[in-house]
Design a protein around this ligand. Structure first.
Ligand SMILES: [Zn+2]
Length: 323
């Protein structure tokens, strides 16, 4: 007689992070997504967000690809569903990757067209405010920024800009809305129009119409190094500009704060562009955009499809191994 083995067959898994170095960040962002979704779950008002985020990128479908030239086998994301909730950590991350990819793609042409132009990185802030005032403050900052770009310094010396909004939470629970701006400046700015940090602060103060000096930071992006474009400096400035609007660790500190912030920024635009950089980024993205599929023709051979699933308790993506 055959013995029935009651012991459970041990299922073997392959972790996504073990399989692909570049896909390691998935676990971190998807775990953040669970943490933030749980904050939304606490309020009936945001239940829909919780539901959508809970479903976000639960399954990642990859193609296992053979590089015909090198013989290497790698994996490449083929499909996934994204929730596109504004503060979803996964969707924010994918959006940021997409923006950076677009920026890098446009960069060679911009640099060719405006050979001696220089990149600068500007940070504009206002005094911290109560989270219930965030909407009003950001709208006022936007109006003030429009005043700023109409001033002679922008008109004469700026070729284009990319501006994003970030809101951080200070220790005392106040909100700190600020702008990160990448500026493309004409070379004549350094000859005739150069402003010190304190002058930029004064210009921003005047546009805001306040009596205090707002914290303002301006720095050169050292784009040229021995005549070569210094990619890492530009990458750093681009990464600082084209990132999340609220960092996940600030979202989960105080549910009430984050709920109010969500109400405050509803439908507010967080990205704006101007001059020769206009239309480089759209704020709205499709699910397909977030997959970051490459536009180049694929010469690799697809060997098979691999499906990785999110395991909430284990905080990782993995796939069941056959046999
Ligand atoms: Zn999402």
């Amino acid at each position: 007689m055959e013995r029935i083995d009651n012991k459970k067959i041990k299922v073997k898994y392959e972790k996504l992070s073990d399989r692909s170095e570049k896909d390691k960040p998935w676990d971190i962002h998807r775990h953040d997504c669970d943490l933030v979704a749980d904050i939304y779950k606490q309020s009936f008002e945001f239940e829909r967000y919780f539901e959508r985020m809970n479903e976000c990128s639960g399954h990642l479908q990859y193609s296992e690809m053979l590089n015909r030239e090198t013989g290497e086998i790698g994996i490449k994301l083929k499909s996934a569903r994204f929730c596109r909730v504004r503060h979803c950590p996964v969707c924010q991350w994918r959006k940021s990757l997409m923006w950076k990819a677009r920026f890098y793609k446009a960069l060679p042409d911009i640099e060719k067209q405006f050979k001696s132009a220089r990149w600068m990185f500007l940070t504009l802030t206002v005094e911290n405010c109560d989270v219930s005032e965030v909407r009003e403050k950001i709208q006022w900052m936007n109006k003030s920024f429009i005043k700023m770009i109409q001033r002679k310094h922008f008109k004469n010396y700026n070729l284009g800009f990319v501006k994003t909004t970030e809101i951080t939470r200070s220790k005392d629970g106040k909100a700190h809305p600020h702008f990160h701006i990448l500026l493309l400046m004409k070379p004549s700015y350094f000859k005739y129009g150069y402003l010190k940090t304190t002058d930029w602060a004064e210009l921003w103060r005047d546009c805001l119409g306040v009596s205090y000096t707002p914290i303002t930071d301006i720095r050169m992006v050292k784009a040229k190094l021995n005549g070569e474009a210094n990619k890492s400096a530009i990458a750093e400035a681009a990464a600082e500009t084209l990132k999340y609007a609220v960092k996940p660790s600030d979202m989960v500190k105080d549910p009430e704060w984050f709920h109010e912030l969500t109400r405050q920024v509803h439908k507010l635009r967080f990205v704006s562009t101007g001059g020769v950089l206009k239309d480089l980024f759209k704020e709205d993205t499709s699910e397909k955009d977030l997959l970051l599929l490459s536009e180049e023709e694929d010469t690799d051979k697809e060997l098979r499809i691999l499906n990785y699933n999110w395991f909430k308790k284990d905080k990782n993506y993995k796939r069941k191994l056959e046999d």
